[in-house]
Design a protein around this ligand. Structure first.
Ligand code: PLP
Length: 413
């Protein structure tokens, strides 16, 4: 173990460099956006009638989205064109509609809205702060289960839902989870879809934001929750979400919801009182752009991976080199997604983040990966290496690993 005085000196040195580095939020880098630059000119004044004859300037087109957009983007969620609803710019907005309607009306097959049951949702921890914020602000009570390497801790989930009918669903990220990068295993997917829940309308809200965001070639395909649900007689239990926020432009693209055809009919009816239809100009633009991108969606995601992989590699080698064998932290090594999750051995996450901030490195706030911003162990830290340059990540990781060592040494003083 390095002496505390040496670590303090090192930290002081970093402070003197007046660094300004940010690994706080999961945003794409400008090089990622540049891949989709042609989106800005993918349609023009002569291209406003879709293949199926819809004039994108007028109302008609359907609340579930343009036919061509449904055909193009169903691939992203691994569903059929008839099983996808294409919405506006943010999957979070779509999720908020579904969670709100569920409070008022329940889901397909419910005989009443969930609000009267004082509903609870299971969420996974560490998890995504905006999921917690959205569900909690709507009034759901959040029940946490651990995210494991195979997905939500299914022993815990099965136990929780067995006799508590107020637990109405689970809300989590099935592929390359935020922040751990873990993906649901086939066994856990099967258990989840077939779960025996006291609530007859128990629903799986699976935010598949990173379904196609692989960092490696030939990844093992993640289990397809909707296919499993259909095969096992629970077709209406699964609702998948996604968007092009990290495919084309962040919150300037289109959002997706995948579900059974019966659910598409059910939810389209509800959404049709909110809107006559989503933004067809954006959907058509995305279709035209994607048609001309070499290799389509797969080609684009491969190009994203080429930009992102060296950044994730830089994080892993810094963690390995500077913290390996020191028994101060463990971390995930994801093969996709946008984050790396670091688990400190001691309850020092807030101190690590404060020390890093003093040295000019902004990290996701301590506790952000838990509901109400409270990590009971004060040990989880989310790293977001996608936006900074690889050179900046190397520097930021030097600072970060020093801060983990220093905070741990202070704790053990
Ligand atoms: N879902 C997850 C798991 C995310 O990590 C993010 C962004 O970080 C989002 C959703 C946001 O998606 P959108 O821009 O489509 O609302």
């Amino acid at each position: 173990m390095t002496a505390i005085s040496e670590l303090q000196q090192k930290h002081e040195h970093f402070k003197s460099l007046s660094l300004k580095l940010n690994m706080e939020r999961g945003q794409p880098a400008d090089e990622n956006f540049d891949l989709s630059q042609k989106l800005l000119s993918a349609i023009d004044e002569n291209n406003y009638i879709t293949d199926s004859g819809v004039d994108i300037r007028n109302y008609p087109g359907g609340v579930a989205g343009l036919r061509e957009a449904r055909e193009m983007f169903c691939e992203q969620l691994g569903v059929a064109p008839s099983e996808i609803l294409v919405g506006n710019n943010a999957s979070l907005e779509l999720m908020s509609h579904f969670l709100t309607w569920a409070l008022l009306r329940g889901v397909k097959g419910s005989d009443h809205g969930w609000l009267q049951d004082k509903p609870k949702l299971i969420v996974t921890v560490p998890g995504y702060d905006r999921h917690f914020g959205l569900a909690a602000e709507l009034g759901y009570e959040l029940v946490t289960v651990q995210m494991t390497e195979e997905g939500p801790d299914m022993d815990a989930v099965e136990k929780l839902v067995a006799d508590d009918a107020s637990i109405k669903g689970i809300y989590f990220v099935p592929t390359y989870s935020n922040p751990t990068g873990d993906t649901l295993s086939p066994e856990f997917a099967k258990r989840l879809v077939n779960i025996k829940a006291a609530a007859p309308d128990f629903t799986i809200f699976a935010d598949d934001a990173y379904a196609v965001h692989h960092l490696i070639d030939n990844p093992i395909p993640a289990p397809n929750l909707l296919s499993i649900a259909k095969a096992d007689g629970h077709a209406d239990r699964v609702i998948l979400f996604g968007s092009t926020s990290k495919v084309t432009f962040a919150s300037a693209g289109i959002a997706l919801a995948g579900m059974s055809e019966a659910n598409i009919a059910h939810w389209s009816k509800l959404l049709s009182v909110l809107t006559i239809g989503p933004n067809k100009a954006e959907q058509w633009r995305h279709v035209c752009f994607m048609r001309q991108y070499p290799g389509g969606l797969k080609g684009l995601m491969k190009d994203h991976a080429a930009i992102l992989k060296p950044k994730f590699d830089a994080v892993q080698s810094a963690l390995e080199q500077n913290l390996g064998n020191k028994n101060l932290a463990s971390w995930t090594s994801p093969t996709g997604g946008y984050f790396v999750s670091v688990q400190c051995k001691y309850p020092v996450a807030d101190r690590v983040i404060a020390l890093a901030a003093e040295a000019g490195v902004a990290l996701t706030p301590a506790g952000a990966t838990y509901p109400k911003g409270i990590d009971p162990d004060n040990s989880n830290i989310r790293l977001s290496p996608t936006r900074p340059s690889t050179a900046d990540i190397k520097k930021a990781m030097e600072v970060f690993t020093c801060c983990v060592e220093l905070a741990s040494a202070e704790f053990n003083q």
